[in-house]
Design a binder for this molecule. Structure first.
Ligand code: GLY
Ligand code: MN
Ligand code: MN
Length: 430
């Protein structure tokens, strides 16, 4: 009854090894109140266990392969903050071979480490746990006249777990499709409801209302709702400006559903009709975005995708008069970065900017079936830009979809929200 991910992790670990994987801790919001708990992504991926203060110890070569240290049941605490699986539940519901109260972790640590040649542990995340483990190992080294053996190598479990997380299983893809569907519905509702005079936070509320209504934990990252020139600020999250007639609204919002993120951006006209200048930039971004989505297939590298987006956007920006010169030179001199200054996209999964290596030995990684990534080119013309056609000042456009790479090419998870400008105008007119 362990997760298939944990079974695979054990298969890839060395037999004479042990892994220590800590869960997330509760975080104080202010004084004595806490943020809503979110489990550590790797811990969640391997164990499915969603409570704070837990540590998994995994030793594939031992009879007791899987140990969970958890908060014990506590009637008083459970009245105030909710049910706990406890030591028994860790075994019966989560498949641990043995389980102990988290308070016993320190005293059992030496036994857990003893005899393992390799320790899989990610240093540099929890300094107190780092110190505990390092001093335990150092103590064990000093006991050289007894049959106690400290691990000789410490290796980052991410070398296995993060590579596993890059390739999504059919079950994970189903959850990601659901996260995408919920976010798509939220974007559609926002498009239908937006009117001049509203505030950005009203749109944010509308979107996140849809997320929660469908059982999503909430947004997978702080929603970006930027009207007019706010759309040219890449990580704008104040969301307190006004929606003015004649301007665009950029909404970058995705839901987290059963631990998995979606990540969608749409840019649409506040009054329901794109102006000519808005439409020119919009169509250039859209054409680029769709062309990059089409390229998603096994063997294509992240760098090739990015280079293609740079080429298309740079040529288009020369046509519009945003850039002057030969596209090839403008690319070489990175002049396009004035208006397109971010990456084309990123891996997507339990983390919105998901884990996984983008470069092997300086070589850009190629896509494989099961990879999910975003494709999100944009053009951002700051309102104070000099020497460009005036009609483009203050226009920011990004279009972002979530794309699964399959053996047969791209499968877009976020098709349920329109991106064609005409289609958006029709939807907004309803
Ligand atoms: N919403 C964050 C991103 O698009 O990467
Ligand atoms: Mn993104
Ligand atoms: Mn986004």
């Amino acid at each position: 009854m362990i997760t298939p991910q944990l079974a695979e992790f054990m298969r890839q670990m060395d037999q004479k090894s042990v892994a220590i994987i800590p869960g997330a801790r509760e975080a104080t919001r202010s004084n004595d109140t806490q943020y809503r708990f979110r489990q550590d992504s790797d811990f969640y991926y391997l164990t499915g266990f969603e409570e704070p203060e837990a540590i998994a110890v995994i030793a594939p070569g031992r009879a007791e392969k899987y140990t969970l240290f958890v908060r014990p049941r506590d009637p008083e605490q459970e009245i105030w903050v909710g049910r706990r699986a406890g030591v028994e539940g860790a075994k019966s519901d989560f498949g641990a071979d043995q389980s102990f109260p988290i308070a016993e972790f320190d005293e059992k640590l030496q036994d857990m480490l003893d005899g393992a040649e390799k320790l899989y542990y990610r240093l540099g995340v929890h300094s107190d746990l780092d110190n505990k483990i390092i001093s335990q190992i150092s103590e064990m080294r000093a006991i050289n006249r007894k049959p106690i053996h400290a691990p000789r190598t410490i290796i980052d479990p991410a070398t296995i777990v993060h590579e596993m997380r890059v390739l999504k299983s059919p079950e994970e893809i189903e959850l990601m499709q659901r996260a995408a569907d919920i976010a798509a519905e939220a974007h559609v509702e926002a498009m239908k409801a937006v009117r001049p005079g509203m505030k950005e936070y009203e749109v944010e509320a509308m979107i996140e209302q849809v997320f929660r209504r469908h059982g999503a934990a909430g947004p997978a990252y702080t929603s970006i709702v930027g009207a007019g020139a706010n759309a040219t600020v890449l990580h704008y999250i104040n969301n307190d400006g006004e929606l003015n007639d004649g301007e665009l609204l950029l909404v970058d919002a995705g839901a987290e559903y059963k631990g998995y993120a979606s990540d969608i951006t749409r840019t649409f006209p506040i009054n329901g009709r794109y102006t000519k200048a808005q439409r020119e930039i919009y169509d250039l971004v859209l054409e680029t975005q769709m062309s990059c989505v089409e390229m998603v297939r096994p063997g294509v590298t992240h760098d090739e995708l990015k280079a293609h987006s740079v080429e298309m956007l740079t040529e288009g920006m020369v046509r519009l008069g945003l850039l002057k010169g030969e596209p090839a030179n403008l690319i070489k001199e990175e002049k396009y970065k004035q208006f397109y200054m971010h990456g084309l996209g990123h891996l997507l999964g339990i983390d919105v900017h998901d884990v996984g290596i983008y470069y092997y030995d300086k070589q850009s990684r190629a896509l494989e079936p099961g990879v999910v990534m975003t494709i999100e080119p944009g053009i951002y013309v700051a309102p104070d830009t000099k020497d460009i056609p005036e009609q483009y000042l203050g226009i920011g456009v990004r279009i972002e979809d979530d794309v699964l790479c399959t053996a047969n090419g791209p499968r877009v998870l976020t098709t349920k929200v329109p991106k064609d400008a005409d289609e958006i105008e029709v939807l907004m007119a309803k």
